[in-house]
Design a protein around this ligand. Structure first.
Ligand SMILES: Cc1cc2nc3c(=O)[nH]c(=O)nc-3n(C[C@H](O)[C@H](O)[C@H](O)COP(=O)(O)OP(=O)(O)OC[C@H]3O[C@@H](n4cnc5c(N)ncnc54)[C@H](O)[C@@H]3O)c2cc1C
Length: 485
């Protein structure tokens, strides 16, 4: 198995069709020959410029990137992150291509992720007429319209029910939004899905609705403005801004009272993408560390061959395999349920639990492994010119966006308590894991769930971490034998 190439790792873990191998290999070659250097340039250029006014004094809010940025972005759209999903009626191409993208640039996977989340929401919930037009723009093979998912506001992203202050005012069948989205990635996108509270709705998550917001109003003027772009330590391949809405025109997606479900559906796609991206980045970090450990000598031989480091390399290979298996199970389950609408099937509740476990654990692996890779490089690991420090900078956001580790653990607990998702999980693993381990988990989860509420919540992260790691490692043993439990 070649750790230095994402497609080779994918092929060793997932059954791929000839067409998939052809498409992925061609995209991978582009990254090796051109993309990797472009991505390094975009990272070194740091925050792009925001040009707010044109020479006539008109507000334009144009984001000025290095020219490499558009080449990087265009190549991924052309390869099929978005259009293939609708052509094949499956999210699989989005995740397979995303693995290759994230191996070199997990920040760049963000524009594709928020675009697919937007396109899926439009496909499922946009009003007739809007749906066809917007989807046609978003599934173009060259320079498609991009999407964005703006939920978080200054008062907080974890507690959206209390944090969202953006108000939606209705006039006939038209809606107008006013508010400030404090963390708005892919600012500049042609369409965004936005959480807002219809006037008079309760100040809880149940009071939130989801809207589709175009970049331009019907009269051609800007529908949202960008107050500033954030200076970030990583993910510089996606601009994150503060976006201001003032009576911005929008369409309601689905039913207002089901808004929170629609918001979670979008988040679930990006959580799985985050898991896939985390594993790809972790693979890259391991590849870089092993490559260096084989050439760096200390005490008379390459450091890779000293027992302590050799053991750590083996340990990380196993951890990576487990994280990959968990992420890929989330991909397969999502591909089964992504067309569902509320009220969901039990398969959907199983998916939700696996997605929380995968989002949490793969991001942890990415952060821990990229930090370890820097350690293997010793002092030069700290130097910007060596590039390995970038992997840790890119990794640090992965546990936070799309819901923090605490959120994943508490939401996983909720799925267990309200939907008995742990039983679905253990049932799905039957035949793939030895009966004794399943029974032991059944007992210990029942014990955990019977604890007093406060203690249960306090221990959620430690329990979910142990469970996620066990599920991943168990599946890694059987991967490629069967594709999903
Ligand atoms: C670079 C970047 C890009 C982003 N892009 C987007 C975007 O495009 N769209 C978007 O909507 N958001 C975006 N975000 C926001 C991101 O999703 C939030 O930062 C994240 O959800 C956490 O919200 P918060 O920052 O408000 O932290 P808070 O919600 O204030 O949380 C602070 C801390 O409290 C913890 N905490 C909260 N509640 C509990 C609890 N009950 N128990 C224990 N601990 C708890 C959290 O886990 C966290 O550790 C982006 C963020 C960054 C950094």
């Amino acid at each position: 198995m070649n750790l230095e190439r994402p497609v080779s790792y994918l092929r060793s873990r997932v059954p791929l069709s000839e067409e998939e191998v052809r498409c992925l290999s061609s995209y991978e070659s582009w990254w090796v020959e051109e993309g990797a250097a472009m991505s390094a340039t975009v990272d070194r250029a740091r925050t792009p410029w925001l040009r707010m006014y044109d020479e006539r004094g008109e507000r334009v809010d144009e984001i000025l990137y290095p020219s490499e940025y558009w080449k990087l972005l265009d190549e991924g759209y052309r390869a099929g992150h978005i259009w293939r999903v609708f052509e094949e009626n499956s999210l699989r191409p989005f995740f397979l291509l995303g693995y290759v993208t994230s191996f070199w640039d997990p920040g760049l996977y963000c524009p594709y992720t928020v675009s697919i989340s937007t396109a899926v929401a439009v496909h499922k919930y946009a009003p007739e007429g809007v749906r066809e037009r917007v989807l046609a723009e978003m599934t173009r093979k060259t320079r498609p319209a991009q999407g964005a998912t703006w939920m978080t506001e200054i008062r907080g992203g974890s507690d959206l029910g209390a944090g969202v202050e953006t108000v939606a005012r209705r006039e006939g069948d038209r809606w107008y939004l006013t508010g400030l989205k404090y963390f708005a990635s892919n600012a500049g996108a042609e369409y965004a899905i936005v959480a807002a509270r219809p006037e008079g709705a309760p100040r809880t998550v149940r009071g939130l609705a989801l809207f589709l917001l175009p970049r331009f109003r019907q009269d051609g003027s800007l529908n949202y403005t960008i107050q500033r772009l954030k200076d970030k330590i990583g993910t510089r391949s996606v601009p994150t801004g503060e976006v201001f809405l003032e009576n911005a025109e929008a369409w309601l997606l689905g039913k207002a009272e089901e808004g929170i479900y629609l918001i979670l559906e979008a988040l679930n796609i990006s959580r799985v993408a985050n898991s896939v991206g985390s594993v790809a980045l972790a693979q890259r970090a391991l590849a870089e560390a092993v490559k260096y450990a084989r050439i760096r000598e200390a005490f008379g031989k390459p450091i890779a061959f000293h027992p302590l480091l050799a053991r750590e390399i083996r340990m990380w290979e196993e951890e990576l395999a487990g994280a990959f298996a968990l992420a890929w199970w989330a991909v397969e389950l999502l591909d089964e349920v992504w067309q569902e609408r509320p009220r969901y099937s039990s398969r959907y509740h199983l998916f939700r639990l696996v997605a929380h476990l995968a989002k949490y654990w793969t991001a942890e692996v990415a952060v821990r492994l990229t930090r370890w890779a820097m350690e293997v490089y010793g002092g030069i690991g700290i130097l910007e010119e060596m590039g390995v420090e970038r992997l840790l900078r890119e990794a640090l956001i992965l546990p936070i966006w799309e819901g923090t580790p605490h959120r994943q653990a508490l939401d996983a607990l909720e799925a267990m308590e309200r939907k008995q998702a742990h039983r679905l999980l253990l049932e799905a693993l039957k035949g793939r894991v030895d009966e004794g381990s399943l029974q032991a988990w059944d007992r210990s989860l029942a014990e955990y769930l019977s604890l007093p509420a406060e203690e249960k919540e306090a221990r959620a992260r430690e329990v979910m971490e142990t469970l996620a790691r066990w599920v991943g490692r168990s599946l890694a043993g059987t991967q490629k034998v069967s594709s999903g439990a």
